[in-house]
Design a protein around this ligand. Structure first.
Ligand SMILES: Cc1cc2nc3c(=O)[nH]c(=O)nc-3n(C[C@H](O)[C@H](O)[C@H](O)COP(=O)(O)O)c2cc1C
Length: 333
């Protein structure tokens, strides 16, 4: 059957074949695209969306607080937006015990404390908003950002898996100490142990150390402000499309790449290399640019960038607390 299919395929003009694959691809992808569009237009679940907005905003503030050098008065628009979303959450009568709510309030309290500690007078509009947080939510406490040092941060890397796993954080602060290529290859070798579909091993890594190329990439990535320029190495994770047989396997590149990247993050942590994933959720023009910068072939998709470096003696990490397992799990027993 396969041989016959191949024979027919070889006989067909390329244009006809292209059109056939395009129709199959549209048919396969359309339900997912429709589901996503429907969610944006018709999903009226205020609860899901307000929690998403809280997380997006509080995460920006927790990142700002843990930057190598936090900028006084940073994130004005985000702070104001976050207070408004907190007020909206309260008006919707949603539970105050939810992680997103508690953490949002808590991060804003840390924002206030940080500015008090450096005797920086926030502007009036921000102060007026933050007063709401201080007066209405006195009893609410979340998880604070973490100040740590080199020895403390890596103290669990030889410990049992649970302790190792819990000890990894995204680190957004690096020295210029060089990470040697052999060490990077050891980490990539470990990441290669990640499972992949039929062991097809679609994931690829580009090690970027050229200052010019790092800058060009970070300039078009939208989540590295305040720390990206410190990265000694960027690891660009891509995946080979030609390893997939048909359009129904289209998610395998991202899925396999995600599993690979997690092992890679753990391997870097094991080797005392700090790292932070950087999203590659970009518009097509940016994707074209990174392909030009790194000469990435057309049959590879860019999945993720990981900024890496050795840590300074002291640094901060965003606490990024997690929901409990019970909150994200459904049992069908
Ligand atoms: C796919 C992906 C994309 C990410 N993109 C960014 C990014 O652009 N900038 C950033 O600072 N952190 C980014 N992160 C890191 C997350 O913010 C971080 O993993 C999350 O807050 C959990 O914290 P932890 O890694 O310290 O456990 C990304 C993480 C993932 C998995």
């Amino acid at each position: 059957m396969e041989a016959l299919k191949r024979k027919i395929r070889n006989k067909l003009p390329k244009g006809t074949l292209y059109f056939y694959y395009l129709c199959t691809a549209v048919k396969a992808c359309l339900p997912d695209i429709k589901r996503r569009v429907h969610d944006k237009v018709y999903n009226n679940s205020e609860s899901d969306k307000v929690k998403r907005d809280l997380t997006l905003s509080y995460h920006i503030i927790e990142k700002g607080l843990t930057m190598p050098v936090p900028r006084p008065g940073f994130g004005k628009a985000v702070v104001i937006g976050l207070v408004n979303t907190i007020v909206k959450y309260q008006k919707l009568n949603l539970p105050e015990a939810e992680l997103e709510f508690k953490q949002s309030v808590s991060v804003l309290k840390e924002y206030i404390e940080f500015h008090k500690s450096i005797y920086y007078q926030l502007d009036q509009e921000v102060t007026a908003k933050l007063d709401i947080i201080e007066t209405r939510f006195k009893g609410i406490e979340g998880i604070k950002q973490i100040r740590t040092n080199k020895d403390e941060y890596f103290q669990h890397i030889q410990k049992p898996f649970d302790q190792f796993c819990i000890s990894r954080y995204s680190v957004r602060n690096y020295t210029n100490q060089e990470i040697s290529l052999p060490v990077l290859y050891e980490c990539i070798e470990l990441a290669q142990k990640s499972p992949s579909f039929c062991n097809r091993q679609p994931t690829r890594v580009k090690i970027v150390k050229s200052a010019e190329k790092k800058k060009a990439i970070l300039d078009i990535q939208n989540g590295n402000r305040g720390f990206g320029d410190l990265a000694e190495t960027l690891l660009v994770i891509t995946s080979v499309i030609s390893t997939t047989k048909d359009i129904h396997e289209r998610n395998e590149n991202h899925l396999n790449g995600g599993m690979f990247s997690m092992t890679l993050l753990n391997a870097l942590h094991f080797h005392k290399i700090a790292a932070c994933s950087l999203n590659w959720s970009v518009s097509n023009d940016k994707d074209v640019k990174i392909r030009e910068i790194l000469n990435i072939p057309n049959n590879e998709v860019v999945l993720l960038i990981i900024s890496c470096g050795y840590v300074p003696d002291e640094f901060s990490v965003a606490s990024s607390p997690r929901k409990k397992a019970e909150e994200i799990t459904v049992e069908h027993l």
